[in-house]
Design a protein around this ligand. Structure first.
Ligand code: ADP
Ligand code: MG
Length: 573
């Protein structure tokens, strides 16, 4: 059960670090864990002594001395079919591991508030596909959370930097160097709307690689081959290299001790300059995703109005310099770069809790992959099968509901199979299959019986596909579920219900309907210039109603009501 009075929290479920926060009287407050930290390592382990599952810093420490007893970086495999991690003699899916982290954050929040906490918003990378978003949602459900929104990390970051309150139009880039990933996102802000325009990144490049590069440098300098270190020793060295990395972000040099725990210290000095050189290949690798993201929005680096830095890795001066050199401007940088995303998530959570209408105006997102069905087409007298027909194109602003009409191929065909895919490849089966279902009871007759297929996709990334036989009006709907990690029926029902609001025709909203009636009456009653004016604004409103975002509809609504108001008042133009 959801307790609607409990505070709604924002959660950043990171690849290496997670955090939770809430918005309280105008400020974001961070939830502290049992060790009094605001960042909880995204690590789960089975304590070899007690056999208990432990999370966070404790799990990370266990893992450093015995990598087989726990799991880290599981966010990289969330939503991947069949992925699992074995710990001790047990095996866990990435969803379960994420659920352990979410559960610990929820408990920390409950300790902070002294009351049950259920409602939350969780952030995910903008490039996460349908399966990954759904898996994240399920992890939340397993952890006893009611996930009200899945928000893109760069969107949350932009909100944290207040870019959604800018007086001007903005085109900006979000660079997020986390522990294990580098994400680049080009976004635009215009008239109250934040939009993700294009995304690129490297899923195997993060702050941890900088730590490794530093350790390699230290071992090289000391002439110790990496292969001579035991696993435990290597884990310890990595932790020390991590500290040196942090020191070098602030000081010109630092000392790395390469000796095992009880042994005599064996130290090497590393200067910031040497480190910078060792980091060069990593920095070069960051260039390509930046270029790809810019190209995705047909922009050059010098057309960017702002660059915002996110993620612990951007604390390193060389990363800041990289951004400055590339974009020729000083990047915006919060003091707590690793808390930017959770800060935005908390603000978004408060917006969501406070005013459901407001949120869709402030934040929109785009579908990161095209969604569509497999179809066939007649090309030069030959029928080509297995063609991908996108219904929702990549980069479409969501939430959205779109439909397309397909037809039967054969005479007297009474069934049509709807195979749903996501991806960008022309051959349907080369894309990622989300599932399929069959439309039955199509009336017998010549080929070409029409079936309308409607895709409804919301901000949480849940997809409903509804197929309607146009002649009979009979329809079947399907919410996509995947493999073993299916949503339960009640969960699907909830998701479907949530989507009803989205699908319902905005014309049916009482105040829109009233205005339409009133405008049509005024149109009938007026002539000449008045009639032309009302007709113009009616057209605007009607076209907004059928195609646009809530924000545009609202703007057209306001204009038309103003015109009606003036005409009703007998005003002259
Ligand atoms: P994620 O979102 O991927 O979980 P974070 O944004 O929390 O990760 O970033 C974690 C990374 O930031 C780690 O690799 C960590 O070493 C690095 N990091 C944190 N603080 C510093 C610092 N002061 N200097 C350099 N790197 C840092
Ligand atoms: Mg992050």
């Amino acid at each position: 059960m959801t307790n609607s009075n409990s505070p709604i929290i924002g959660i950043d479920l990171g690849t290496t670090m997670s955090a939770a926060a809430w918005f309280d009287q105008g400020t974001v407050r961070f939830i502290r864990n049992e060790l009094d930290d605001v960042l909880t390592p995204s690590v789960v382990a089975v304590d070899p002594r007690t056999k208990n599952v432990v999370t966070g810093r404790i799990a990370k420490d266990l893992l450093a001395s015995d990598p087989a007893c726990g799991a880290a970086l599981f966010k990289r495999s969330i939503g991947v079919d069949g992925a699992s991690f074995s710990m001790g003699d047990r095996s866990f899916t990435p969803i379960e591991l994420s659920a352990y982290i979410l559960d610990s954050l929820r408990r920390d929040a409950e300790r902070t508030f002294g009351e049950p906490v259920q409602r939350c918003v969780i952030t995910v990378p903008a490039y996460f596909n349908e399966a990954q978003r759904r898996a994240t949602l399920q992890a939340g459900q397993i952890a006893g959370l009611s996930v009200e929104r899945i928000v893109n990390e760069p969107t949350a970051a932009a909100i944290a930097y207040g870019l959604n309150e800018s007086p001007d139009e903005l085109r900006f880039v979000v660079l997020d160097l986390g522990g294990g990933t580098f994400d680049v996102c080009v976004m635009e802000y215009f008239d109250g709307l934040l939009e993700v325009k294009s995304v690129a990144g490297k899923s195997q490049l993060g702050g941890e690689d900088f730590t490794r590069a530093l350790l390699t440098l230290g071992l090289d300098k000391a002439g110790i081959p990496e292969s001579s270190l035991s696993i435990g020793h290597f884990g310890l060295m990595l932790r020390r290299a991590e500290l040196v990395k942090r020191q070098l972000a602030r000081w010109p040099s630092a000392t790395l001790n390469l000796a095992d725990n009880d042994a005599e210290p064996l130290t090497v000095d590393i200067s910031a300059e040497e480190a910078s050189e060792a980091f060069q290949p990593l920095l070069s690798a960051m260039l390509e995703p930046c270029r790809t993201a810019l190209r995705g929005n047909r922009m050059h680096a010098d057309e960017v109005d702002d660059v915002i830095l996110v993620g612990g890795g951007t604390r390193m001066p060389c990363v800041r310099q990289f951004a400055e050199d590339l974009f020729q401007r000083e990047p915006k940088m919060d003091r707590d770069v690793d808390l930017v995303v959770v800060r935005g998530a908390a603000i978004q959570a408060a917006l969501h809790a406070g005013d459901e209408a407001l949120e869709d105006v402030v934040v929109t997102d785009v579908a990161s992959h095209s969604l569509g069905i497999s179809s066939s087409r007649e090309i030069s007298g030959r029928r080509i099968f297995d063609l991908f027909s996108p219904v929702i194109e990549r980069n479409t602003v969501i939430p959205t509901s779109r439909s397309d009409v397909f037809a039967t191929l054969e005479d007297n065909q009474t069934e049509l199979s709807i195979e749903v895919y996501e991806g960008e490849l022309r051959q349907a089966s080369a894309n990622r299959k989300l599932g399929e279902f069959t439309v039955k009871r199509i009336p017998k007759g010549p080929a070409g019986q029409q079936v309308s297929v409607r895709f409804t996709y919301d901000l949480s990334g849940i997809l409903e596909v509804e197929a309607t036989v146009l002649e009979t009006g009979e329809s079947v709907a399907h919410v996509f579920k995947r493999g073993r990690e299916d949503l339960s029926d009640t969960e699907i029902e909830r998701a479907t219900q949530r989507m009803q609001g989205l699908k319902s025709d905005p014309r049916e909203r009482p105040h829109y309907r009233d205005l339409l009636t009133r405008a049509h009456l005024l149109y009938q009653d007026s002539t000449g210039e008045h009639r032309a004016r009302i007709s113009y604004y009616l057209d605007q409103f009607e076209s907004a109603l059928s195609t646009s975002t809530p924000k545009t509809i609202e703007a057209a609504f306001n204009q038309l009501s103003e015109v009606c108001q003036r005409l009703d008042g007998g005003e002259r133009w």
